[in-house]
Design a protein around this ligand. Sequence first.
Ligand code: NAD
Ligand code: WQD
Length: 337
Amino acid sequence: MKILVTGGLGFIGSHTVVELQNEGFEVIVVDNLSNSSEKVLDGIFAITGKKIIFEKIDLREKASVQDLFKKYQDITGVIHFAASKAVGESVENPLLYYENNINALVYVMQEMQQLPKAHFIFSSSCTVYGQAEKMPIKEDSPVVPAFSPYGNTKQIGEEIIQDVAKVTAIDAILLRYFNPVGAHPSIAIGELPLGVPQNLIPFITQTAIGLREQLSVYGNDYPTQDGTAIRDYIHVVDLAKAHVIALQRLLAGKNTEKVEVFNLGTGKGSSVLEVITAFEKVSGKKLNYKIVGRREGDITEAYANTDKANTVLGWKATHSLEDALASAWKWEQKIRS
Ligand code: NAD
Ligand code: WQD
């Protein structure tokens, strides 16, 4: 079965391609390489030994998306990762985000709605919950006004899919990721942030390797046990596996609604200081960090209630935070060697 993976050379996409190939799916990857490299194809091949069809296409070009679906008429499912994801950049350049994250989604769905049956998996985010009132966060926790244009594109994306699924043969699963981290255990693929990382784990590994002088810990005056903010860090391989399970659920017609929503997290919250301590333990390195003021827009805590993913989807995260940090550290060492 041919599965189209948009953004398939990116961080989460590449790990998902590996898991799809491991499960016997034939994969077509579409990527414009705006935040990835063609070298990732070699990394994926090194793990699976299986060929991938790669199309370098910018999904903002409607005609290219039309040609893609004409060329591959036997696509049975689409996993849509392609998007821009830097929160700060989205505040600076909102139209870039609305164009990339919304237009591309619309063009892909316009082609899918012409298929007799279509199965669609969408990369959403726990950012749709904002600062949820109750922890752990359940899927029925209210979606609150987005703080950034990036977050807004995820909310609008979810709404577009809900509207379209109602009147077409498209069935969809919206996966709300918490904080994806880590690298494949083979260290053949991992995260490749461009420029100065905004996310905690790549900033930690780049500091430990000497690329950054010091990690700034954004705030220790949060109402948490140690004062630093709490997140649910999920290993990217666990996350990737959930996509395959979600796709299989749609392909088998086991979904009970046209659009289903699942949280993907570990269910465990870790504070920034806990992450630093865990990193120091697995790497054996002392991390140079200092406490600074809060980062604008940050929330106090977010961790997932994973009951629905565990029982309905039949998926559970199996990797610990330490596993994820150890793989991220090995990956950082590999790419700098
Ligand atoms: P990533 O940037 O590593 O991967 C996205 C890929 O899409 C890149 O390879 C990029 O080149 C490609 N791409 C972007 N625009 C494109 C376009 N117009 N046409 C073709 N290809 C295009 O990001 P990621 O971390 O793997 O995230 C994947 C998805 O998951 C995104 O939709 C992101 O918003 C979402 N998400 C990510 C996180 C996270 O923290 N990483 C959390 C929640 C949700
Ligand atoms: C984690 C914690 C920071 C960097 C972002 C997006 C969100 C989602 C995931 C896509 C926070 C602290 C960080 C640093 C720090 N992406 N931190 N020093 O903020 O939970 O979410 O990525 O959908 O939309 O907003 O992740 O990794 O940036 O931060 O102290 O240099 O680490 O304040 O508490 P976040 P993060």
